[in-house]
Each structure stands twice: as C-alpha cells, then as structure tokens.
Design a binder for this molecule. Structure first.
Ligand code: ADP
Length: 275
C-alpha cells in the first residue's frame, strides 16, 4: 500500500521580499516541516514568535497568495503539489472580519457554496439548509437574516468560521483570528474552535500572539526565531487535549501554567539570540 502524501510540506523554504533593492528583507530562512495526512485526525499547529518573524508569510505561502508566492528558494507542497493559488481545499480566517457587508448572515455562508456550485451540485434550498445548519453549529441560530454590521465582534468571527467550515476544507489557516476580541469572548471562541475541529478533523494552522492560546489549542506549538524566521523549537502534545474541555478550567490548572511557562522561557531565549 502506498504511503499517504503529506498534507503540507515545506522543504528548506526561504522568502526574501524586494530582493536586490534597499528594502530587501529576508522574512524566512530554511523552514522545513512535514505535516502528515492522518486519516480521521487533523493536527492543530500553533505558530508563535516575535512580531515580523514570518509567521503570516508561512500562512500566505500555504494559501498560495500571489504577493508572497512562490518562495525565494525551497519548495512548498500542499498534498504533494505546488499550490497554483488559493483553493477550496484551504480556508482562511483573518483577524479582521471578512464577511460581505451587503449579504445577510445566511447568504454570507452560502457564498462559498455558490461559487463552487458546479462542483458541489447543490440546489439553492440545499445550500441554504446547509448554511443554516452551520450557523446553528457556531451559535448563530436566529441571526440568519441579519447583516454583518448588526452582529457583535464575536458573532462576526463565528460567521467567518461558519463561512469557512461549510466548505469542509482539509486545511484551515487562521491568522490571529481572536486578537480583536475581549477575553471572555476569546475563551468562547477557543472552545468553539476546539469542538468544531474535533468534528471536521481538519489540519489547522493558527498564528497567535497568545502563548496560552497556542498551548490550549496546539497539538504542536512552533516557536519561531526573530527574522529571518525559522522554527526554533517544536513542542508536541504539551498538554492533553480533551474534547469539550472548558478553556477557563484547563487554563487555571497547574499543568497548563507549567506548560505555558516552558514555552515562554523558550520564546524569550530565542527572541534574545538574533540570528
Ligand atoms: P509575522 O506574521 O510573524 O508578524 P510577517 O510574515 O507578517 O510576520 O512579516 C515578516 C516580514 O516580512 C515583515 O518585516 C514584513 O514587513 C515583511 N513582509 C511580509 N509580507 C510582505 C510583502 N508582501 N512585501 C514586502 N514585505 C513583506
């Protein structure tokens, strides 16, 4: 039986912006990793590191954004192939609310289904039913006819999550998705993401500036060096991940605090030794 192709692989990836100009800047240098495509289980990878160390550049390379892709050297592979641009297999959730202001909540969620209609072969009512189911899963039942400006910040991020997950992408890229939210809302979102992630078994890359969030959510936590960024240290299974666990209770435990202290120590040590 042939081995499964890794879901995302970086082989000695470096990225230099504006090469040969006074603005030349190497954001990433020799980043290598391989995320296996584990059947019925997607890994959750949390990226932390000092600002400007290339974390978003990693996400943008996976996503295939044209202003960042291709890498300057090395290879980025998604399911064994070089991505030719953004695709339905990679969903992205940003810090800023990214919904369409002129569409209702329901029709924001049907949008991705509509543009993939030919492939998905769903009727209008089937799309609306599916969108309503996802709105219910993210806690927005009863808000289907509202417009994004009528939703709170937390509700708008719930909508962004529903819009992305309705397409069941095998890879989800989240770039500081909760940093604009207040702390109680942030905890709610962490719990929601954990529950939904166990349901859809997808590979998630999360950039966060919160080390506790990285430890709470990540199967792997990657601590990046300052630019040019590389993975300075990888923590795996730093705490046990239990489905439906209450983020506040978990984060109050001494085991959790110890794990965050370890990551913090490594973060500080890497930050202080510039490459
Ligand atoms: P992080 O997410 O870790 O804060 P980024 O990946 O956003 O870091 O950026 C790393 C460095 O690369 C920064 O100095 C940033 O200004 C630069 N950079 C990112 N994208 C571009 C781009 N499209 N053009 C030029 N420079 C960029």
């Amino acid at each position: 039986m042939s081995a499964r192709v890794p879901i995302v692989e970086f082989r000695n990836v470096s990225k230099t912006f504006n090469p040969g100009t006074p603005q030349e800047f190497t954001a990433l240098k020799d980043v290598t990793f391989c995320i296996e495509d584990k059947p019925d289980y997607g890994e959750f990878i949390a990226l932390v590191g000092p600002s400007g160390c290339g974390k978003s550049t990693v996400m943008n390379l996976i996503h295939g954004f044209s202003d960042v892709f291709p890498p300057t050297t090395g290879e980025v592979l998604v399911k064994g192939a070089v991505p030719t641009g953004p695709g339905r297999d990679r969903g992205m959730i940003f810090q800023r609310y990214s919904s369409f202001p002129h569409r209702t909540t329901l029709h924001n969620v049907t949008f991705g289904l509509e543009i993939n209609q030919r492939e998905l072969d769903l009727s209008r009512s089937a799309m609306e039913d599916l969108a309503a189911q996802w709105l219910a899963k993210v806690g927005l039942k009863g808000h289907e006819r509202k417009y994004p400006h009528q939703l709170s910040g937390g509700q708008q991020q719930r909508l962004a999550i529903a819009r992305t997950l309705v397409l069941k992408p095998p890879i989800i890229l989240m770039d500081e998705p909760f940093s604009a939210l207040d702390e109680p809302t942030r905890y709610e979102m962490q719990q929601l993401i954990m529950e939904l992630w166990h349901d859809i078994e997808t590979t998630v890359f999360l950039v966060t500036h919160s080390l506790s969030e990285a430890v709470f959510l990540g199967d792997r936590v990657w601590v990046f060096t300052p630019a040019p960024g590389r993975i300075g240290k990888e923590f795996t299974d730093i705490i046990p991940h239990t489905r439906g666990a209450d983020p506040i209770k978990v984060q109050e435990s001494s085991q959790f605090k110890q794990a965050v202290a370890e990551v913090t120590e490594v973060f500080r040590a890497l930050e202080s030794c510039k490459a």
